[in-house]
Design a protein around this ligand. Structure first.
Ligand SMILES: CC(C)(COP(=O)(O)OP(=O)(O)OC[C@H]1O[C@@H](n2cnc3c(N)ncnc32)[C@H](O)[C@@H]1OP(=O)(O)O)[C@@H](O)C(=O)NCCC(=O)NCCS
Length: 191
């Protein structure tokens, strides 16, 4: 995995698909990130509602320079060509550099769900990380009840590798978490 290359590309990272532009998250995207954090329909399976100060700090942190440290998220903003408006984010991070493995995640505003944007954005992300960065393995996590998320992972060709029982505290209860994985040699970019 060429981590130095990813660190080098990160400040101006830009991926284009037929309908989407994925570009580095900037300070201009903070209001969109805050609006998403405050929308329980989007965040229901990600984390509980946070204090406004924590939401603000988290959203601003997404625009911070990325150093490629283990566990540090690199955030791209998803912008559909037809509106030119930020509609969500795709995030990625090195789990541990020693395992040459990265984790990714995604969330989109409700008004653009079920158009195939989530899949399209993830295909572009996986293709870039495997082909350009040489990542050996990608993993993604989701609450077991987050059917939209794990179906998207399965559409990408990921395999369910684990079910972490009672792992994430959401809405007062400990929820199971699924772990999905995809090896570089298994990746088949959809036509
Ligand atoms: C998960 C999410 C990004 C999917 O984005 P999307 O653009 O609506 O998904 P797509 O239209 O690309 O759908 C891809 C596949 O995901 C599955 N899927 C998406 N939404 C679904 C839903 N509401 N119910 C069941 N399956 C769903 C389907 O298998 C779909 O393939 P299909 O259209 O061939 O049936 C979106 O639902 C979201 O932002 N959710 C809130 C945030 C979140 O939970 N993020 C993940 C945290 S782990």
């Amino acid at each position: 995995m060429d981590l130095l290359r990813l660190i080098d590309l990160a400040p101006s990272l830009s991926l284009r698909t037929a309908r989407l532009h994925l570009r580095r998250f900037t300070a201009d995207d903070v209001p969109m990130a805050i609006a998403q954090e405050n929308d329980r329909r989007i965040m229901r399976w990600i984390r509980d509602a946070q204090e406004p100060a924590a939401v603000q700090a988290r959203a601003e942190g997404l625009a911070a320079p990325w150093r490629g440290l283990d566990g540090e998220w690199l955030t791209l903003t998803v912008v559909p060509h037809d509106t030119g408006m930020a509609a969500g984010i795709v995030v990625m991070r090195v789990t541990t550099a020693a395992s040459a493995t990265m984790e990714f995640g995604y969330r989109l505003s409700l008004d653009v769900h079920r158009r195939g944007y989530g899949f399209e954005a993830c295909v572009a992300t996986c293709a870039f990380l495997f082909a350009t960065i040489g990542v050996r393995k990608l993993v993604a996590y989701c609450a077991a009840d987050n059917v939209a998320s794990w179906r998207l992972m399965e559409k990408l060709g990921m395999q369910r590798e684990a079910q972490l029982r009672e792992y994430t505290l959401l809405d007062g209860g400990w929820r199971d978490e699924f772990v999905y994985g995809l090896l570089a040699r298994e990746w088949q970019e959809p036509l």
